[in-house]
Design a protein around this ligand. Structure first.
Ligand code: SF4
Length: 174
């Protein structure tokens, strides 16, 4: 059985994942990357299944990627036909996909992709939103009364207090 590992980028015979959903990434290896066999077990063996499933679920529940991993596993059905993903079994993922169809319609993956796109665009726009007039005025005043920000020097609590006092005085006087 070949498992696609989001963090590693291993492709299966089915091809690659849906490019509209970025692969969940973690700065540290996830439990399924460290111990893939725990997540790849065969669901046919009932005795082994329960123990393995409990272990894999415990590992997923502490994983920082669990929410993104679940979405990724649901939309990439061909790549997640087997094994445990985000603490779910193949059967549970099948049920969840049916629920998504009921809630969002047969094109639910497109709907999710659109929502993600809108969210990314909003986040990008928020990063580039210019300061309001009031914010710009405060920044200007701060520069006037406290001077330019020291580039690589941390400001001591005493300096912060002094800067705050000067800024508040400047705002009152304005
Ligand atoms: S939630 Fe589970 S399957 Fe998904 S990346 Fe984390 S450890 Fe792996």
């Amino acid at each position: 059985m070949t498992r696609y590992h989001p963090g590693v980028g291993h492709y299966t015979d089915h091809g690659g994942p849906d490019p509209r959903f970025p692969q969940p990434q973690s700065p540290t290896p996830t439990a399924c990357q460290i111990n893939p066999s725990l997540f790849d077990f065969d669901f046919g063996d009932c005795n082994r299944r329960e123990k393995e499933l409990a272990k894999a679920r415990r590992a997923c529940s502490g994983c920082p990627l669990v929410a993104e991993c679940l979405k990724w596993a649901l939309v990439n059905e061909d790549l997640t036909e087997v094994g445990v993903w985000a603490a779910t079994t193949p059967r549970q993922r099948k049920t969840l996909r049916k629920r998504m169809v009921d809630r969002l319609g047969p094109d639910w993956i497109d709907v999710l992709a659109h929502q993600d796109q809108v969210r990314r665009e909003r986040a990008a726009a928020a990063r580039h939103t210019p300061l309001t007039v009031d914010q710009a005025r405060i920044v200007r005043l701060d520069r006037e009364v406290n001077g330019p920000m020291p580039p690589h020097r941390s400001v001591t609590p005493a300096q912060q207090e002094r800067n705050r006092t000067r800024l508040m005085a400047g705002l009152k006087a304005a």
